[in-house]
Write a protein that binds this ligand. Structure first.
Ligand code: WQD
Length: 337
């Protein structure tokens, strides 16, 4: 069974390719390496003993994408990760985000319809909820106006998928991630932020290893127990495993509806200071940080109600926050060797 993983040399993509190959799927990766490198394919092979197929091109290129699907019309399912995902950058460069994230999806869907490829798992995000009115947040919580062009591309993408499903026999599963962190236990793959990390955990590990001077904590005046913002951090391997379950579900025709949506979170919220405390505990290192002003666009708190995913997918996040921060730290240390 051949599965296409777009963005498969990326952070979540590479961890998902490993899990797909562990499950016996044949994987082909398409990636334009705009935010990753080709040696990730070697790393995946090193972990799972199997080398995925790999083609490098940009999915916003209509002709190349159409040609790809004509050559690989035996693909049984697609997991679509390939997208730009830096919230701040999307505010500065909205058109770059709309073109990249939306044109690539439209080209992929056209290729699926033209070649009879039935199944797509879409990488969505809890950002579609904005700041939920009620916590924990479940799949039927209202979608709020996106706080950034990045978040808007996820909302629009879900609408494109829903509209396309209505007029075709495509099966769609949208997975709404919370905050993916950590790395594979082998420390051979992990989060590779090119440039200054936007996200909390890579900034923590780079500060601890000496690449960054000091972590800035964006605000401690939020309406939370310790004043810092709360997120539902989930181990990237737990997240990757959910994607394999979603592919199995589509291939085994176990879906209840043509388009299904699942929250992928642990159900536990941790504040920035709690993540720092976990990191200091597992690393045995004091972290150098200071409290600064809030970051534009950040919400106060969000964590998932994972009950629907747990029940429907038979999937549950297993790894706790200390295992997440320790795996991130081991990865950072391996990276710098
Ligand atoms: C987490 C917390 C920051 C950096 C991201 C993506 C979003 C989605 C989920 C994909 C916040 C604080 C951060 C720093 C800090 N991913 N922080 N200092 O913003 O929740 O969302 O993951 O869909 O697209 O943006 O994650 O890691 O940036 O921030 O204090 O140097 O850490 O304010 O409270 P976020 P994050």
């Amino acid at each position: 069974m051949k599965i296409l993983v777009t963005g498969g040399t990326g952070y979540i993509g590479s961890h998902t390719v490993v899990e797909l190959q562990n499950k016996g799927y044949e994987v082909i990766i398409v990636d334009n390496l705009s935010n990753s490198s080709a040696d990730i394919v070697d790393n995946i092979q090193e972990i799972s003993g199997i080398r995925p197929l790999f083609e490098e091109f940009n999915l916003i290129n209509r002709e190349k994408t159409a040609d790809f699907f004509k050559r690989h019309n035996d693909i049984m399912g697609i997991i679509h990760f390939a997208a730009f995902k830096a919230v701040g950058e999307s505010v500065q460069h909205p058109l770059m985000y709309y073109r990249n994230n939306l044109d690539s999806l439209v080209n992929i869907l056209q290729g699926m319809i033209d070649n009879g490829i039935p199944n797509i798992v879409f990488s969505s995000s809890c950002t579609v909820y904005g700041q939920p009115d009620e916590l924990p947040v479940s799949e039927n919580a209202p979608i709020k106006k996106a706080e950034s062009p990045y978040g808007n591309t996820k909302q629009i993408s879900e609408e494109i998928l829903s509209d396309t499903a209505k007029t075709s026999d495509l099966n769609v599963i949208a997975l709404r991630y919370f905050n993916p962190i950590g790395a594979h236990e082998s420390a051979i793959i992990g989060e590779l932020p090119l440039g200054v990390p936007n996200n909390l955990v890579p900034f923590i590990t780079q500060t601890a290893i000496g690449i960054r001077e000091q972590l800035s904590v964006f605000g401690n005046d939020y309406d939370t127990p310790d004043g810092t913002a709360i997120r539902d951090y989930i181990h990237v391997v737990d997240l990757a495993k959910a994607h394999v379950i979603a592919v199995d579900r589509m291939i085994e025709k176990n879906m209840n509806k043509q388009i299904e949506i699942f929250n992928l979170g642990t159900g536990n919220g941790y504040s920035v200071l709690e993540v720092i405390k976990s990191f200091e505990k597992v690393s045995g290192q004091k972290l150098n940080y200071k409290i600064v002003a809030r970051r534009e666009g950040d919400i106060t708190q969000v964590w998932a109600d994972p009950e629907f995913s747990n029940k429907e997918l038979g999937w549950k996040a297993e790894k706790g926050i200390d295992e997440m921060t320790l795996s991130a730290w081991k990865w950072e240390q391996a990276l710098r060797k």
